[in-house]
Design a protein. Structure first.
Length: 634
């Protein structure tokens, strides 16, 4: 038998190759030839960079979308190709928009097409599952090594518009600053604010350095600590006439005195009756202004040639047309007196008028804090959605001076249950769930935090005819999004934090006069009408004497069940006779993808699920979504 132990190991035996010595003359000749080749390549590259007709493929944008003349002159010259300072153009090879500053010392590159989701759209499985992950609030975000260049574009550059409605909130300025400070890519952020405050109250923009632009603080906030000084910013004073031109300005109160509408969408934009006294300001970037101006010019050409648009569309109408006056605006605010406030619903509507075709849309309250690198984390959570959806929940909490108090918490609130108030209005509830590697399907969205592809806001335009509404805002917008084809998901981790309670701080309820309170009731009835709500059948049986007050004991034989549509709280006849209820009910109403009755089945607020009262004697909906979520997160 052969002894394998005696076979020499190739791993132990050194490999020897015959060597041939080069003469000194031959070595010198080789080195000289290499030097000549190198000089030829360098000379060609230099001449190419200087040539105004040279064509340099931009490729993938860097982590920061700017190139400065003093940072990389070769690449800078190749990109601008001798163009005039203060101009913008679309690169033919990459379809990026390139802006060259007026000083001619910085270029800014913006991709215009992003992969905003990873779900399947062609019947295939999609790639959303491979993005599953869990990030704690203090974790830095890391782009996966396997991410494609398109994925990286989105994670590093896709724009986010944030809506903030503030009523005399001293935390608003800190919220705005925190948005930028905690983002991994602040250059992608755009903010719209509605401020209702007194002259003595701090501005929501007071934390970003606009009182002293020369200090460079505003630039560092908007673009990050390492932003070059060549990125110029300015503060503009605006008017509603300029912002909405050429669209008509419509008095939102006067609209309720008009005859019934017949068009598919309003022919103008609704504003507060006192809009002439409101002040508008915008903090704008020079390079973004050049880019947006080019987009508007391209849109004009497309509208003229084909009737189309380069901007995304939803339900259409004047409300969603980007404003020329807002080109380049990074932070825009509208300031009005506290006594003119109309509640958070109207404030959020106002901020939506500042939207300029950004990729993602986020809604937060003016007392909010964010996790580290929140922007990339939330986009990744959207990547994890299996269907077209919006992230939302009641955020985890914080206290002033203790902003990171709940950063170590490992559960979140899932909005999977609801109750019915005495007036028939659904009131949303939530249950704690452990963090998960992906978002979790739920039934509702919270006004204090929503995040998703901005298309959801275009598909469900914010409604200006709900002044002073509080209870009912979230249920109504949830139903509108769901019927428009958007599923609602709990985020599965905590990236947004809310200051609950806020004792001894001004609230808009304080300004509610008897007249305003009566108008608020009409807003509640509008919400009930749009949602096609009826009192729970069990409540009808109690009221008619068929069952006991708590609904647990039958007092006499039950009558046949009556369909909700036959016993609506607010009927079509009442809505037709009350403009405050029925005004533009189709445009601001339910979507066309799914029925509202199917939504109440989905959320288990249909009659067959509402059988018992909770501890506060409210009729409680079913908890099937909560149970299914608990199984999914095990």
């Amino acid at each position: 038998m052969r002894d394998h132990g005696q076979i020499p190991s190739l791993l132990k035996r050194p490999l020897r190759m015959p060597r041939r010595r080069l003469s000194a003359r031959r070595r010198q000749a080789i080195l000289a030839a290499m030097a000549i080749v190198s000089l030829t390549v360098l000379s060609f590259t230099y001449l190419l960079a200087l040539s105004p007709n040279a064509s340099v493929a931009l490729g993938d944008p860097p982590a920061t979308p700017w190139i400065t003349a003093d940072g990389n002159m070769t690449r800078f010259s190749g990109v601008i190709q001798g163009r005039t300072p203060g101009s913008a153009w679309r690169d033919a090879s990459s379809s990026m928009i390139v802006s060259l500053s007026k000083a001619g010392d910085v270029v800014y590159m913006t991709p215009t097409k992003y992969i905003r989701h990873q779900r399947a759209t062609d019947g295939g499985p999609g790639t959303f599952r491979k993005w599953e992950s869990i990030y704690q609030p203090e974790d830095r975000y890391r782009i996966p090594g396997w991410a494609t260049p398109s994925d990286r574009d989105t994670l590093q550059h896709a724009s986010i518009f944030t809506s903030i409605a503030a009523y005399r909130d001293h935390e608003c300025a800190l919220t705005v600053r925190n948005l930028f400070d905690m983002a991994v890519a602040p250059h992608r952020l755009y903010v719209g604010v509605s401020e209702e405050r007194s002259a003595s109250d701090a501005s929501c923009l007071s934390s970003i350095g606009i009182d002293n632009l020369a200090s460079g603080e505003t630039r560092r906030v908007l673009y990050g600590a390492g932003a070059p000084a060549a990125l110029a910013v300015e503060v503009r004073t605006l008017t509603w006439d300029a912002v909405l031109s050429p669209r008509p300005l419509l008095d939102v109160d006067a609209a309720t005195n008009m005859s019934a509408e017949s068009a598919a969408e309003p022919g103008g934009v609704f504003l507060h009756p006192a809009h002439a006294s409101e002040r508008l300001f915008c903090v704008a970037g020079e390079v973004e202004t050049l880019r947006d101006t080019l987009l508007l010019a391209e849109d004009d050409m497309k509208r003229t040639s084909s009737g189309g648009s380069v901007f995304r569309r939803g339900r259409g109408g004047a409300q969603h047309q980007p404003s020329r006056a807002l080109a380049g605006c990074r932070v825009t605010t509208r300031v009005t007196e506290p006594l003119l406030a109309r509640g958070p619903t109207f404030g959020r509507y106002i901020t939506s008028l500042f939207f300029f075709n950004q990729d993602y849309f986020m809604v937060v309250d003016s007392h909010t804090r964010l996790s580290l690198d929140w922007d990339a984390k939330l986009i990744t959570r959207v990547f994890q959605l299996p269907t077209r959806g919006v992230l939302s929940n009641y955020p985890n909490g914080y206290r002033e001076g203790h902003e990171r108090e709940e950063f170590g918490k490992v559960d979140f609130m899932l909005m999977c249950t609801a109750q019915v108030l005495s007036n028939g209005m659904p009131k949303l509830g939530a249950r704690w769930m452990p963090f998960t590697r992906h978002p979790v399907l739920q039934g509702f969205a919270a006004a204090g935090f929503m995040f998703g592809d901005a298309q959801f806001m275009l598909d469900t335009p914010l409604d200006p005819f709900l002044p002073y509404l509080f209870d009912g805002e979230e249920a109504l917008y949830s139903a509108r999004m769901w019927t428009a084809g958007w599923d609602l998901y709990g985020p599965g981790q905590a990236d947004v934090f809310h200051h609950y309670g806020r004792l001894n701080t001004p609230k808009f309820f304080a300004i509610l006069t008897e007249q305003k309170s009566a108008r608020r009731v009409l807003s509640e009835r509008r919400a009930l009408y749009l949602m096609r709500r009826a009192q729970p059948w069990i409540e009808e049986l109690v009221r008619r004497g068929y069952v006991s007050a708590e609904g647990q004991s039958t007092l006499r034989p039950l009558p046949p069940i009556e369909a909700p549509e036959t016993r609506l709280i607010v009927t079509d006849e009442v809505a037709a006779a009350t403009p405050e209820i029925g005004m533009w009910a189709k445009y601001y109403g339910m979507g066309a993808e799914r029925s509202v009755s199917a939504y109440w089945q989905h959320t288990e607020l249909a009659d067959e699920f509402v059988k018992e009262q909770d501890k506060e004697h409210r009729w409680a909906g079913g908890d099937g979504l909560c149970k299914r979520a608990a199984i999914a997160t095990e």
